[in-house]
Design a protein around this ligand. Structure first.
Ligand SMILES: Cc1cc2nc3c(=O)[nH]c(=O)nc-3n(C[C@H](O)[C@H](O)[C@H](O)COP(=O)(O)OP(=O)(O)OC[C@H]3O[C@@H](n4cnc5c(N)ncnc54)[C@H](O)[C@@H]3O)c2cc1C
Length: 411
């Protein structure tokens, strides 16, 4: 199997180098974007590759299965392999392209792998080798944060499932060979009312259009409509009625992926900003010498270290047990840390940050960390629901119980 190009961790990358106006140059906010070594088979991948192009390149190089334990998708996520893949994608590609990969690696493919049958196996095989992309279509035309209100219907009858409805703001829509669709087969909000259906993009009744977003166009983000799409029941994925429990399990991994990617992204942007500050003359020194700037930068270093520590602490719980509380913790941390760090860095770039393709654009794209896959408010609410368990785990009762037996009698 070809070697995955490691993300740049060399000290040389922090050396003082002259800077250009755009953070997409080699020495600025795009500092770790560089052509892949030829040995990886990724050499044709350019920094402005779309999500589908990046996916095809990583798939052709045989790298996508590294996200899974032993390279086998049904054995679960390998957090280190997933982190390596996300860091490599982030180093080579844009945020929209990395989003396109992250949704597939962490959620769409593992969720599809809970199914069986020829349609599922074919899509898995084609997607994991980069020959196709797969969209995960949960967010409905109703409020995305109100998942159980979704209106897309799957009507089940003898041997058939008919899908009617629509999904909005779905990554990979404009390129997908198939959609993994969360639909209701019962009215009401009960958690057993939902199921997953694998809908081929070329099935009669499927139509797509790009979302009106320059910022995320290269993720293939778009809207999809299902007009009485009739499929045989082999296209149902997982058991009927298990749609929401499966979603909860697998969105947990997407939340872990967000934290792992967030660390890689913050690191890359901080490194580029560090170069920029060290190069930017101010008085007789540079901006990097100003105490306020150094402290502001150090606060960002602290935040990204915290995110890394949380990811290290909770990755095994999410990967092995799909722990939704641990995942909420990671999502809340990434959703606040990434926008904070990128906001601080963008500010420190001054006017240059507003150049086309500059860090202000990156910052705007990265705001999705606080919205996609569960808005920050939703995951904070989940943490509040678990307040007693979280506080219980922080307790250290050993000495306290000893002290509770009363003061020792002096000898
Ligand atoms: C580029 C991009 C790619 C995406 N890719 C996918 C994909 O691949 N698959 C998919 O299924 N979806 C995808 N989405 C959709 C994404 O998951 C939703 O945008 C997200 O779940 C939020 O839903 P919404 O946009 O409908 O926000 P709304 O539900 O309209 O909420 C708007 C805001 O209201 C606030 N809010 C909402 N509910 C609460 C609450 N209970 N308490 C406090 N505040 C609240 C939050 O601040 C929230 O951001 C993508 C979105 C984008 C922009």
């Amino acid at each position: 199997m070809p070697e995955l190009p490691p993300p740049d961790t060399s000290d040389a990358a922090t050396a003082h180098t002259p800077t250009q106006a755009s953070p997409h140059s080699d020495t600025q906010a795009g500092a770790t974007k560089r052509p892949a070594p030829a040995s990886t088979g990724l050499d044709a991948l350019s920094a402005d590759a779309t999500g589908a192009e990046a996916w095809a390149a990583f798939g052709a190089a045989g790298l996508l299965t590294r996200a899974y334990r032993g390279g086998e998708i049904r054995d679960g996520i390998d957090p280190d392999g997933l982190a390596d893949l996300l860091a490599a994608t982030d180093a080579h590609c844009s945020i929209p392209a990395t989003l396109s990969a992250s949704v597939q690696l962490a959620t769409a493919l593992p969720l599809l792998a809970t199914g069986t049958g020829p349609a599922v196996e074919r899509t898995l095989r084609r997607t994991l080798t980069g020959r196709a992309t797969l969209a995960l279509a949960a967010t409905d035309t109703s409020a995305g944060t109100d998942l159980t209100a979704l209106r897309t219907e799957a009507v089940l009858d003898d041997g058939w499932v008919t899908v009617t409805g629509g999904k909005e703001w779905i990554a990979n829509t404009t390129t997908a060979e198939a959609f993994l669709v969360l639909a209701r087969h019962h009215p009401g909000r009960h958690f057993t009312s939902f199921s997953w259906v694998l809908v081929p993009a070329d099935a009669p009744g499927v139509s797509t259009r790009p979302a009106p977003s320059t910022l995320y166009a290269s993720s293939g983000v778009g809207h999809v409509t299902f007009d009485a799409v009739r499929l045989d029941r082999a296209h149902l994925v997982g058991r009927v009625g298990l749609g929401l429990p499966l979603f909860a399990r697998h969105i947990a991994v997407e939340r872990l992926a967000g934290a792992l990617w967030g660390v890689a992204l913050c690191r890359r942007i901080l490194q580029a900003t560090r170069h920029r500050l060290a190069d930017r003359a101010h008085s007789d020194v540079t901006l990097w010498h100003l105490p306020h700037i150094r402290q502001r930068f150090a606060s960002c270093l602290l935040r990204v270290q915290e995110l890394q520590a949380l990811a290290d602490r909770f990755a095994p719980d999410v990967a092995r047990r799909h722990d939704t509380r641990a995942a909420a913790m990671l999502k809340a941390a990434a959703g606040t840390t990434v926008p904070y760090v990128l906001g601080e860095c963008a500010h420190l770039w001054g006017a240059a940050g507003f150049a086309d393709g500059g860090i202000q654009e990156v910052r705007a794209q990265a705001a999705l960390f606080g919205i996609g896959g569960g808005a920050t408010e939703i995951v904070l609410e989940a943490l509040a629901d678990s307040a007693d368990q979280i506080l219980g785990k922080l307790a250290r009762p050993a000495l306290q119980s000893e002290l509770a037996t009363g003061p020792r009698t002096p000898a």
